[in-house]
Design a protein. Structure first.
Length: 171
């Protein structure tokens, strides 16, 4: 048997599609690609069984933006039923919809990390290049918190925001 006996945490990229267009992002969601940009939903059951067989304890759903993945609720539900703890890293924009966010929780989502790139609308949207993204993200943070999901925030530090880190923390 190899060195790795089991996986505690798996980071699973569901899609490279995103509703932001961050200046630093690797997903290149707005660039043309001849490759599929999302996990093929036909494999959700097979993937869940595979992760369960590996005795994975926790899956972190990432992207692009994982809330844009069409089979998100089903995948979260499948993983949760296998006893796998499910978390997600999101830009928080779709989490502004209370019923959508509530559905994530009801299907077994345990935690959310939401990306905040600036301390106000102008600084955040200079990085996300998406008008309205700051308000939607902050509303998503509030709803996740209200629903009692474990919540953390994250910030990618780069040239555009490195001088504003204290302001971001205080915002």
């Amino acid at each position: 048997m190899g060195i790795v006996k089991e996986f505690n945490v798996v980071w699973l990229s569901l899609t490279y599609n995103c509703n932001n267009n961050c200046v630093w992002c690797y997903s290149a969601s707005n660039r043309k690609s001849r490759y599929e940009k999302s996990l093929i939903s036909d494999y959700e059951n097979e993937l869940t069984s595979f992760l369960s067989d590996l005795k994975v304890k926790r899956v972190i759903l990432i992207g692009g933006e994982p809330t844009l993945y069409k089979g998100l609720l089903k995948l979260i539900n499948n993983l949760s039923k296998e006893g796998i703890i499910v978390g997600m890293v999101s830009n928080g924009r779709r989490l502004k919809d209370y019923s959508f966010c509530e559905g994530l929780k009801e299907n077994g989502l345990n935690s959310v990390g939401i990306s905040i790139e600036g301390y106000d609308q102008q600084s955040h949207e200079a990085i996300t290049q998406a008008k309205g993204s700051y308000e939607e993200t902050i509303k998503g943070v509030r709803i996740v918190n209200k629903l009692g999901l474990r919540l953390s925030t994250n910030t990618v530090i780069g040239r555009c925001n490195i001088n504003n880190l204290e302001k971001i923390v205080k915002a």
